[in-house]
Design a protein around this ligand. Structure first.
Ligand SMILES: Nc1ncnc2c1ncn2[C@@H]1O[C@H](COP(=O)(O)OP(=O)(O)O)[C@@H](O)[C@H]1O
Ligand SMILES: [Mg+2]
Length: 383
C-alpha cells in the first residue's frame, strides 16, 4: 500500500509543489492549509509522514502540529519546513519529535530525499518492533510448550508409579504363592497371599478406572437420562467395597440417613464412583482409628449428603484447587499416600453433570466435610 503523506502549508503554491513531487514518488498525498486543517485530516485517517510549515497564521502553528502529531501518533514522521528567521524554532521541534527540517527555499528533490530517509527509518523501526514482538511471542510459546512438556512428564511419571507400585505388590504375592505351592498346606498363609495380590490388582483397577472416567467425562457434560438412585444405598455399598482399607486403618463408619431417603436420578455407576472417591479420601486422609460420618437429608427438592472425616483437614486457601485435576496438597513425590489427584476432579464433574453441586469445609487438624447436593428425582413427564 502506498505510503500516506500530509502536507500542511498556508502557502498554496508551495503546498502544490510539494504534493506534486510526492505524488511522483508514488505516495498518497493530502494537503491542508492550516494547523487546524492538518490535525482534522489526521483525525480521519493515519499518515506515515506529515510535512508542515512552521510559521502559519491561525491558532496552531507548525510546532503545535509537531506536538499534536507526536502525542497522538508517535510512529508518524514529521518534517518541518522553515525560512531562516525561524530556524532556531525548527531545531527546537526536533526535541518535540520532528525527524528533520528543510530551509526555505528548497529544491523539491532535497525534500524528497529527506522524506524518503524519514520514511525508511520509520519502516525499519517498525520492522524491528514487529521482529521484537514476534521474538517475544515465540519465547512465550516456547515457555508454554516447556510447561506442557513438564506436565506430561510428571503425569507419565505419576501414572507409571501408580501402576507399578501395586503391580509389584501383586508380583511379590504371586511369587510367594509360587514358592509356597509345593511346601505349605497352611490355608491362612495362602489366603493372605491371595488377599495381597487381590489388593494390588484392585488398586491398579482403581487407577485405570479413574483415568478412563476422567477421559470419558470430559466428553460428557450432562447426563440426559437417568434411573432412580438411592444415595444411602450407594454410600453403604461404597463403604463395603472399601472395607479392607477401612479396617486396616481401624476406622469407624457412621451412617446417618432418614428411614426413607428420596431418590435422585442419574447414572448409578457414576454416582457410586463419585461417593467412592469421597469415602476413599475420607479413609486416606483420616487419622488412624478415626471416624467417617456419612449423613444424608432432603431439603428444598435436593438430597444433601455429607461425607466427613476426622483427619488432617484442608487449609482454606486450598478449597478450590483440590478439585483441579492432578492437584494434591502435599507434593506427589514426598507424600506417603498414592493417588493421581483425579478423584475430586472426577467427583465434581459427575455431580455437576447431574445438576448438583459439591463443596468442602474443613479445619486443619480436625477434619473435613465434603457436601454433595443432588436434585431429587422428578417424576418423568407423562407422554
Ligand atoms: N478428606 C480429605 N482430607 C484432607 N485432604 C483431602 C481430602 N480429600 C482430598 N484431599 C486433598 O485433595 C487432594 C486431591 O484429592 P483427589 O482429587 O481425591 O486426589 P488424590 O486422592 O489422588 O490425591 C488430595 O491429594 C488431598 O491433598
Ligand atoms: Mg482421592
Amino acid at each position: 500500500m502506498a505510503e500516506r503523506v500530509l502536507v500542511v502549508d498556508d502557502d498554496e503554491s508551495l503546498q502544490e509543489l510539494c504534493a506534486t513531487a510526492f505524488r511522483l514518488d508514488g505516495y498518497q498525498v493530502e494537503v491542508a492549509s492550516s494547523g487546524e486543517g492538518g490535525l482534522k485530516k489526521l483525525d480521519s485517517s493515519p499518515f506515515d509522514l506529515v510535512v508542515t510549515d512552521l510559521f502559519m497564521p491561525g491558532k496552531i502553528d507548525g510546532s503545535g502540529v509537531v506536538r499534536a502529531v507526536k502525542a497522538r501518533f508517535p510512529t508518524t514522521e514529521v518534517i518541518v519546513m522553515t525560512a531562516v528567521p525561524t530556524l532556531k524554532t525548527a531545531i527546537t521541534t526536533l526535541k518535540d519529535g520532528a525527524s528533520d527540517y528543510v530551509i526555505k527555499p528548497f529544491e523539491t528533490d532535497h525534500l524528497r530525499v529527506i522524506a524518503r530517509r524519514a520514511l525508511d527509518s520509520r519502516r525499519l523501526r517498525r520492522e524491528l518492533d514487529t521482529e521484537r514482538a514476534m521474538r517475544q511471542e515465540l519465547a512465550t510459546a516456547y515457555k508454554e510448550l516447556q510447561k506442557v512438556e513438564e506436565l506430561k512428564e510428571s503425569f507419565l511419571a505419576r501414572i507409571s508409579h501408580e501402576l507399578r507400585t501395586p503391580l509389584s505388590e501383586v508380583l511379590t504375592a504371586v511369587e510367594l504363592m509360587e514358592n509356597a505351592a509345593g511346601t505349605t498346606t497352611d490355608p491362612e498363609k495362602l489366603a493372605r497371599y491371595i488377599g495381597l495380590s487381590k489388593a494390588g490388582a484392585v488398586k491398579m483397577e482403581r487407577t485405570m478406572n479413574d483415568l478412563l472416567a476422567f477421559v470419558e467425562l470430559q466428553s460428557r457434560p450432562t447426563i440426559e437420562k437417568g434411573s432412580p438412585v438411592a444415595l444411602d444405598e450407594v454410600c453403604r455399598m461404597a463403604a463395603e467395597k472399601l472395607k479392607p482399607m477401612i479396617d486396616q486403618r481401624g476406622l469407624k463408619v457412621d451412617f446417618k440417613f432418614p428411614d426413607a431417603l428420596e431418590k435422585v436420578s442419574g447414572d448409578p455407576d457414576l454416582i457410586a464412583r463419585a461417593f467412592e472417591n469421597l469415602i476413599h479420601n475420607a479413609i486416606t486422609f483420616n487419622k488412624d482409628k478415626g471416624v467417617i460420618t456419612i449423613a444424608g437429608r432432603v431439603e428444598a427438592g435436593s438430597v444433601y449428603v455429607d461425607v466427613s472425616d476426622t483427619g488432617e483437614g484442608i487449609p482454606e486457601g486450598e478449597f478450590e484447587r483440590i478439585f483441579d485435576s492432578f492437584y494434591q496438597i502435599a507434593s506427589y513425590l514426598t507424600r506417603k499416600v498414592g493417588g493421581l489427584g483425579l478423584g475430586l476432579a472426577i467427583t465434581r464433574r459427575i455431580v455437576e453433570a447431574h445438576g448438583g453441586h459439591i463443596d468442602v469445609t474443613s479445619k486443619v487438624g480436625q477434619g473435613t466435610t465434603f457436601r454433595v447436593r443432588l436434585p431429587v428425582k422428578t417424576p418423568a413427564p407423562k407422554a
